[in-house]
Design a protein around this ligand. Structure first.
Ligand SMILES: *[C@@H]1O[C@H](CO)[C@@H](O)[C@H](O)[C@H]1NC(C)=O
Ligand SMILES: *[C@@H]1O[C@H](CO)[C@@H](O)[C@H](O)[C@H]1NC(C)=O
Ligand SMILES: *[C@@H]1O[C@H](CO)[C@@H](O)[C@H](O)[C@H]1NC(C)=O
Ligand SMILES: *[C@@H]1O[C@H](CO)[C@@H](O)[C@H](O)[C@H]1NC(C)=O
Ligand SMILES: *[C@@H]1O[C@H](CO)[C@@H](O)[C@H](O)[C@H]1NC(C)=O
Ligand SMILES: *[C@@H]1O[C@H](CO)[C@@H](O)[C@H](O)[C@H]1NC(C)=O
Ligand SMILES: *[C@@H]1O[C@H](CO)[C@@H](O)[C@H](O)[C@H]1NC(C)=O
Ligand SMILES: *[C@@H]1O[C@H](CO)[C@@H](O)[C@H](O)[C@H]1NC(C)=O
Ligand SMILES: *[C@@H]1O[C@H](CO)[C@@H](O)[C@H](O)[C@H]1NC(C)=O
Ligand SMILES: *[C@@H]1O[C@H](CO)[C@@H](O)[C@H](O)[C@H]1NC(C)=O
Length: 607
């Protein structure tokens, strides 16, 4: 068996491409000319070792900034071979990694199935390249020339980096920059966490180079034309240590590690454990100062995606209730999303959610909040997406001392709500377009008509939870612009909802209208830009002047971003509303978060 392996290896040597330098293997484009080919007499100094393999640096350096002098050699046996030390020089043969050009992952130069041809134990001490000093600074706006300046553009999936294989421009594009350091030993000075440690133990960071979109927490916010490519993910630690659970704004000692592309992103694999040396200033308080005056001039309105709330998880119910009672100050009218049915995720034909909502409202009053009433409309069993059997839906909680539903009928599962003369709603609570194809297998908007308790003022609301983004391809992936899964559905959903609202405002341009929920889309992205225009509503962040970098409710990969939105009509906008996002979940660790979304609270005048 051993002998046979030997013969095969020898045969490969004969057929191989001949001596080749590490910089030639990398080349100045994304995909190497050597992809998939056998190579031999590849010589490099060992810069790092880990359980997946070893990292080499070319002994003769190319000074072309496009070309990496580093190379990852995938081999668990070389990685754990203690005789081979950092600083030794190896000459190897093997095969260069090949990636299917239609993959959503980028090509990375990796030598697999290596055979050691020569081993020189004279010791060198490889110095890491200090990012931004020994290298250009990472570009901080665009990922790749293939996005044509707009990573959120539709249609997306127009091209692939692997196919166009552009010449790298590491001073212009983030992905080009990191590819130009693929396999290299680098140092990142004064790193800061811009994400929380995820369930795989990875955390995104930025270093002491220029960044755009920095928010007050220290993270980076996604904006219209800037997805923050100056960032990199910290992955497996090469000496086998385990990372801790970090949160956004944590600061570390300088990181020395190797650059590598895996799982759809560029990673730095540190040589040893991160050393945390500081954290974001602790939040003043997670409790809002926005308080209702219980009159038409000061009604408080909240919005919160409460992540698969089920009575089967009383701990989750009480943690959500504490947020609503304390952090949000028990707003008079609360829009919630992801309320599961009475049997939670059990798939048993149950669709009613009154037990779930009762458990929540009881827990809120126990936590010192208002004694809420609630209203929702059942979906058809398993027709609205989300966790199978959970039958998630939107619901309203309301404080009867301040607001009440307008008198009239409540819609059923398939009853389409309509704007009738008044303006008024046909159903005082009812779903918009419940049987339309636009909302197939997703949540239908829940439109309602409210009154102040004295009956003198009307408020129209629409509570949404649009189609999810699941199945999107990474911002740091091969497909450009990245696939924004579900964008066509969300566009149609936003359009139908906007038309409904526009009809209210057509009848009464002074109507008080609030649209809120989990749009699963950014206000700066096409569907919501269109929504604002067509509905006539305004994003409350703009109305109250929340700075663009502070507009976020969610953290995903390298970005803090706004999926949870509130839009108001001109009548509300013109009467000095106030609003804030409460970062009760984005700012804490993964283990401490109650929901994956932050809530929002506002105070409005509807007199
Ligand atoms: C490359 O090497 C492998 C063995 O490592 C061998 O099976 C394969 O045939 C070689 N391919 C070429 C094109 O030489
Ligand atoms: C380490 O690698 C060298 C060079 O390939 C080899 O000669 C040696 O047997 C290896 N040692 C172990 C323990 O695998
Ligand atoms: C090993 O490397 C050193 C320094 O790089 C060199 O002087 C020496 O000749 C090499 N030895 C062999 C056997 O190649
Ligand atoms: C991208 O488009 C190609 C056709 O060009 C298609 O085959 C592929 O499935 C699309 N990828 C995604 C993730 O939508
Ligand atoms: C950061 O950007 C500013 C303004 O664009 C520039 O003057 C400065 O040199 C940059 N600093 C670094 C470290 O790149
Ligand atoms: C944190 O607080 C310190 C001391 O009050 C202050 O100097 C520093 O600027 C604050 N940092 C941030 C990011 O707010
Ligand atoms: C839920 O509604 C059903 C039917 O209307 C009723 O029998 C039951 O008591 C309600 N449960 C709770 C917890 O409110
Ligand atoms: C809804 O989607 C399902 C499966 O995705 C499909 O079978 C059905 O035809 C669709 N219904 C409509 C009205 O488009
Ligand atoms: C509500 O309207 C009625 C009739 O116009 C008026 O008498 C009453 O004072 C109003 N209530 C409040 C609280 O303003
Ligand atoms: C709308 O409000 C404005 C300003 O408050 C007022 O002048 C106008 O009469 C109102 N229009 C209607 C149709 O109520």
């Amino acid at each position: 068996m051993l002998l046979y392996t030997h013969i095969v290896a020898a045969a490969a040597l004969v057929l191989s491409a001949g001596a080749v330098s590490i910089h030639d293997i990398n080349g100045k484009r994304f995909v190497s000319d050597y992809a998939g080919k056998n190579v031999s007499d590849v010589t490099g100094i060992v810069t790092a070792k880990g359980k997946a393999g070893i990292y080499l640096r070319s002994p003769e350096l190319s000074d072309d900034k496009r070309v990496s002098n580093g190379l990852f050699v995938s081999s668990a046996s070389l990685g754990k071979n203690e005789s081979i030390r950092v600083g030794h020089t190896l000459t190897l043969s093997g095969q260069m990694w090949y990636v299917d050009p239609v993959s959503s992952s980028l090509y990375t130069a990796t030598l697999k199935t290596p055979t050691v041809q020569a081993w020189n134990k004279t010791s060198h001490s490889p110095k890491p390249l200090v990012i931004g000093k020994d290298t250009p600074a990472p570009p901080n706006v665009q990922f790749t020339s293939l996005d044509n300046g707009n990573f959120l553009a539709t249609p997306n999936n127009q091209s692939r980096i692997s196919e166009k294989n552009p010449e790298l421009e590491p001073t212009k594009y983030g992905l080009d920059f990191w590819r130009s350091l693929d396999g290299e030993l680098v140092k990142i000075e004064t790193p800061i966490a811009i994400s929380k440690t995820n369930q795989y133990g990875d955390v995104w960071i930025r270093g002491n180079w220029n960044s755009t979109n920095i928010n007050k927490r220290g993270g980076l916010t996604l904006t219209a034309k800037d997805g923050n490519p100056e960032t990199i993910k910290v992955g497996d630690i090469l000496d086998g240590s385990k990372g801790e659970s970090y949160s956004i704004g944590d600061r570390f000692e300088d990181i020395v590690g190797v650059v590598n592309y895996v799982h759809g992103a560029y990673f730095v694999h540190p040589l040893g454990a991160l050393k945390k040396i500081g954290q974001a200033n602790s939040t003043a308080s997670f409790e809002t100062k926005i308080k209702s005056n219980s009159k038409c001039s000061g009604i408080t309105v909240g919005d919160y995606n409460i992540e698969n709330l089920s009575p089967a998880d009383p701990k989750h119910v009480s943690r959500v209730a504490a947020h609503i009672a304390k952090s949000l100050g028990g707003p008079d009218l609360l829009f919630v999303q992801e309320v599961q049915d009475n049997s939670g995720p059990t798939d048993d034909n149950v669709v009613d959610a009154n037990k779930t909502l009762r458990a929540l409202t009881d827990a809120i009053s126990e936590a010192g909040g208002p004694k809420y009433s609630f209203i929702d409309v059942n979906p058809a069993d398993n027709q609205d997406g989300g966790q199978p059997g959970g039958n998630i839906r939107q619901a309203y909680l309301y404080n009867k001392d301040v607001v009440r539903l307008a008198p009239g009928p409540i819609g059923g599962t398939e009853d389409a709500n309509e704007v009738v003369s008044g303006p008024a709603l046909k159903y005082k609570v009812g779903r918009i377009s419940p049987i339309s194809k636009a909302f197939n297998t997703t949540r239908k908007p829940l439109a309602a008509e409210w009154q102040t308790v004295d009956g003198n003022h009307t408020i129209f609301t629409v509570n949404v939870h649009f189609t999810m983004k699941g199945g999107s391809t990474p911002l740091t992936g091969n497909i450009r612009p990245p696939v924004n899964q579900g964008v066509d559905y969300r566009t149609e959903q936003a359009e139908k909802t906007a038309a409904f609202i526009a009809e209210i405002l057509k009848q009464d341009k002074n109507a008080s209208v609030i649209f809120a929920g989990d749009a699963n889309e950014f206000p700066v992205a096409g569907p919501m830009v269109m929504f604002a225009k067509k509905s006539g509503l305004k994003l409350i962040d703009e109305v109250v002047g929340i700075e663009p970098n502070e507009r976020y409710s969610y953290t995903y990969e390298n970005n803090m971003q706004q999926l949870d939105v509130m839009y108001v009509s001109e009548s509300i906008a013109s009467k000095k509303p106030i609003a804030e996002h409460l970062h009760v979940n984005t700012w804490v660790t993964y283990e401490e978060q109650v929901s994956d979304h932050d809530p929002t609270v506002a105070k409005i005048n509807v007199c």
